[in-house]
Design a protein around this ligand. Structure first.
Ligand code: SAM
Length: 313
């Protein structure tokens, strides 16, 4: 199967076209020692031919849950030697994997679904393998965040991928407030989160509290039979979630801060806190601003602490 480059370049510049099936990826002309293999996020038809050949040719396939990867291999008619590699053993396994790479072992890394490392294990291994000078490459493929972003109807870039928000309300609002503060300092980007269906109602409510009633999208079950993208202001999404709670796998996309469309924010948390901190002590400033804005005290406190550190530096 020709590589996309080969199709795009004029014939005189083309590399000889090699069938992708049966070719182990290389880096700088040498066989890669670690290959990050993206796998489908719901629709088996999205597996790439390069992914299939890497899974077939790897000495070992590192996977999160061997039952999940075994099902994929079975559906593709492949057999592979699997080894478990997940958040809880990534750190302890990495030195041994590097040792095996030194002996020439070829690894493929997959997660349960989508692109490895994206809210999935692998970062520490990639960092260590790169530091040791091993050939690391990635076979691009499905990723829920980018698929949701492209379907959201919201500006695709710049964007921020934020993974899962903190599961607890207080920490979540504090994390959102930090982003809102970055917006007050000039950030304007679409933002993408993964979220569980059980928490999506409270997460959307917190988004509205912190960011206002901004355009957003909720994308669920992407690439599957019940794929659905709900688009609209946060208030409409919240009403929709209440009336018809979404099930399955979910991504939430929030539109960028747009001062023209939104008008200037009713208040600028950082500016208000800075002003108050010039006159009163931290505790009083927090109480005053929390009372004024209705924002959770912990969230205002976290921001005030960060700002007072900033002032002292
Ligand atoms: N590495 C994966 C990727 O590249 O998309 C994401 C792994 S993360 C542990 C799993 C989360 O991704 C799910 O809880 C959900 O928020 C999102 N997700 C995965 N598949 C999805 C799908 N088909 N539709 C919508 N969201 C999905």
């Amino acid at each position: 199967m020709p590589e996309l480059d080969a199709l795009q370049n004029p014939p005189s510049e083309q590399e000889p076209v090699q069938p992708a099936l049966g070719v182990w990826p290389s880096v700088n002309g040498s066989p890669a020692q670690l290959v990050l293999v993206s796998t489908p996020i719901g629709n088996l038809g999205d597996v790439t031919s390069r992914a299939i050949s890497a899974l077939r040719l790897a000495d070992i396939v590192l996977c999160e849950d061997s039952r999940v990867t075994q099902r994929l291999l079975f559906a593709l008619g492949l057999k592979a030697r699997l080894e478990s590699f997940h958040d809880h053993n990534e750190e302890s396994r990495t030195p041994r994997l590097l040792e095996a790479m030194r002996r020439g072992q070829k690894y493929a890394l997959v997660s349960d679904a989508g692109t490895p490392l994206m809210s999935d294990p692998g970062f520490r291994l990639v960092r260590a393998a790169v530091a040791e000078g091993f050939g690391v490459t990635a076979l691009p493929g499905p990723n829920a965040a980018v698929t949701a972003l492209t379907l959201s109807g919201l500006p695709p870039h710049p964007y921020l991928f934020l993974g899962f928000p903190p599961p607890r309300g207080g920490a979540r609002r504090t994390a959102f407030a930090a982003l809102r503060a970055a917006e007050a300092a000039g950030l304007s980007a679409s933002m993408i989160w993964y979220e569980s269906p059980h928490r999506v109602a409270e997460m959307l409510a917190d988004l509205q509290t912190v960011f206002g009633d901004r355009p957003a999208a909720l994308a669920r079950e992407l690439t599957k039979h019940f794929e659905q993208v709900r688009r609209g202001p946060l208030s409409a999404l919240i009403a929709g979630v209440e009336a018809d709670p979404p099930r399955g796998e979910i991504c939430v996309v929030l539109g960028p801060h747009d001062p023209e469309a939104e008008g200037q924010p009713a208040f600028d948390l950082d500016a208000r806190l800075r002003d108050e901190l010039t006159r009163t002590r931290l505790k009083e400033a927090v109480a005053q601003v929390a009372a004024e804005t209705g924002l959770p005290r912990r969230q205002v406190y976290a921001r005030a602490l960060a700002l007072s550190g900033e002032t002292e530096a």
